[in-house]
Design a protein around this ligand. Structure first.
Ligand code: C2O
Length: 524
């Protein structure tokens, strides 16, 4: 798609010539079928972020984990059922940095339509997809990052529904997303953070929100005038249009949790909420007062105040844990690789339990598991970090758990030791939702933490923000055979190795993974 943005003409890769790509809407219980034709020059997988993929792991679209990418001019049909999920999810390319421009909303309505929402059905619904924009081909951004061995260059702007808005210098008058609303009604904002590397604040001038869901799971209503959202997460928020009729800015700016917050302040993206019949006047539109981009208090308050809405019939938190893991992750300086030609002395490496995840080359992990192919991966991912400091190893190492096991993972940011990576890391798990039982700063202490576990109404998520130098405890039931990626959703950290994989073998019949679809992409 040719696009002119921030006074720069570029060619970008999008779905159906749209930025954001098309919204996919389904009801709980539906089967979703998406035909993907790869017209780009890059191998491509598309991931349905947050979808359980019950017995359809082949369709998860995690590049080299569940499938080999769709080659240029080839195609693949993704098919999956929406089982037991309602709310806002999204889809995105899961290959290189292509997800910067190949993404869209995936909206799951209740089986019986909006009447079944656990809140008053809203008058209207507005998808808000927050993103990041580079004036460069994003694959060049990725290549540059590789050649230097560091993270990618900071983006040129933030976007709301694909557009930076009118506050981003030096190019005033860039595209502005506008939405018209009726007075004195309630709207459901379905907010998605599709940005590549940044957590965000989001506000609408003169309006407040009631959060009702996150990551497609309902929350207790939470009143706030600011939304905080990390890459990979979604927030559903009700907004009453009870302000005096007029035009109001919505705005998003960066929340930078790093202790040296100098790099990622990419300005403010804006969009406009217009009341029907209000005077045609942008000058009068008021900007919301945004938190400063280092406002950890506002961010922490939002992240840590939410609780799950427990409804009759919801599965309780499982209490008997079969696998207890401590996964310590972090960043460090490693040697430059020979192909990192612009590397200046060191390259960044990220690891989990000292394994820096390497993507397999010749087969996806799922196909390798299914066909019992030797040599593609090892099953030696440790349940806890090495007791004595060891060198980080690059490996394709998975953690095998049994079907039906209850897995508890303490996600520990190694930055408490003074290691690199003091920023928050949004850790995303494919294939499952997990309960977030507790979070804290510093080093996880099992005795202190145990009493603090929320076993009553913990948040149910697919992406949790682990505080920089802190920890989060998650628990899930491995009731879906497959190979399930768990990784940092800051894209810069993924090629550095901040990832691991859960291998879940087949359950008892009928809970067995069917064979791959006939058009399943193979590797070359
Ligand atoms: Cu939205 Cu593996 O990612």
């Amino acid at each position: 798609m040719n696009i002119s943005q921030l006074c720069t003409d570029s060619v970008i890769y999008t779905a159906n010539q749209q930025l954001p790509g098309p919204t996919i809407e389904a009801n709980e219980g539906d089967t979703v079928v998406v035909h993907v034709v790869n017209d780009s020059p890059y191998p491509l997988s598309v991931h349905w972020h947050g979808i359980f993929q019950l017995l359809s792991g082949w369709a998860d679209g995690a590049h080299m984990i569940t499938d080999c990418p769709i080659q240029p001019s080839a195609n693949f049909t993704y098919q999956f059922n929406v089982t037991g999920q309602e709310g806002t999810l999204w889809w995105h390319a899961h290959s290189s940095l292509l997800r910067a421009t190949i993404y869209g909303a995936l909206i799951l309505k209740p089986r019986n339509g909006t009447a079944a929402y656990p809140f008053q059905p809203p008058y209207g619904e507005i998808p808000i997809i927050l993103g990041e924009w580079w004036n460069k081909n994003v694959n060049d951004v990725e290549t540059d990052a590789h050649l230097t061995g560091l993270g990618p260059a900071v983006s040129d702007a933030l976007t709301i529904n694909g557009m930076p808005g009118d506050q981003t210098p030096p190019c005033q008058g860039a595209g502005v997303y506008e939405v018209e609303v009726a007075s004195n009604e309630t709207y459901l904002l379905r907010i998605i953070n599709a940005a590549v590397n940044v957590e965000l604040f989001f506000k609408v001038a003169g309006h407040a929100f009631t959060v009702v869901a996150i990551d497609a799971s309902y929350t207790d209503p939470y009143a706030t005038d600011v939304i905080v959202i990390a890459p990979g997460q979604t927030v559903d928020a009700l907004m009453a249009t009870s302000a005096p009729p007029g035009w109001y800015y919505m705005a998003a700016n960066v929340f930078d949790s790093k202790t040296v917050p100098i790099r990622f302040n990419t300005g403010t993206a804006t969009a406009i909420v217009k009341y029907e019949g209000a005077p045609n006047d942008t000058v009068a539109a008021s900007m919301p007062a945004m938190p400063s981009h280092t406002d950890v208090v506002t961010a922490g308050t939002f992240y840590w105040s939410l609780t799950c809405l427990v409804r009759p019939g919801d599965p309780p938190v499982p209490t008997a844990v079969n696998h207890s893991m401590l996964v310590e992750f972090g960043m460090e300086q490693g040697p430059c690789a020979p192909d990192q030609t612009r590397c200046q002395g060191f390259a960044l490496v990220a690891s989990m339990n000292r394994y820096s995840f390497q993507f397999p080359r010749n087969a996806s992990l799922l196909k390798a598991m299914y066909d019992a192919l030797p040599g593609v991966y090892s099953e030696d991912f440790p349940s806890s970090p090495p007791p004595v400091p060891v060198t980080t190893t690059k490996a394709t190492s998975v953690k095998k758990v049994m079907y039906g096991d209850v897995v508890e993972v303490v996600l520990q940011s190694r930055a408490y030791t003074g290691a690199l990576g003091t920023e928050n890391h949004p850790i995303h798990l494919h294939g499952f939702n997990f309960f977030v039982l507790a979070e804290g700063l510093g080093r996880f202490d099992p005795i202190m933490a145990e009493g603090a576990y929320n076993l009553v109404n913990p948040l149910v998520r697919n992406t949790v923000v682990v505080p920089g130098g802190g920890w989060a405890v998650i628990r899930f039931t491995a009731n879906n055979p497959g190979m399930w990626f768990m990784h940092c959703h800051l894209d810069a950290h993924l090629p550095l190795g901040l990832a691991m994989v859960f291998e879940v073998p087949d359950g008892p019949a009928p809970n067995q993974l069917p064979p791959p679809p006939v058009d399943y992409p193979i590797c070359y």
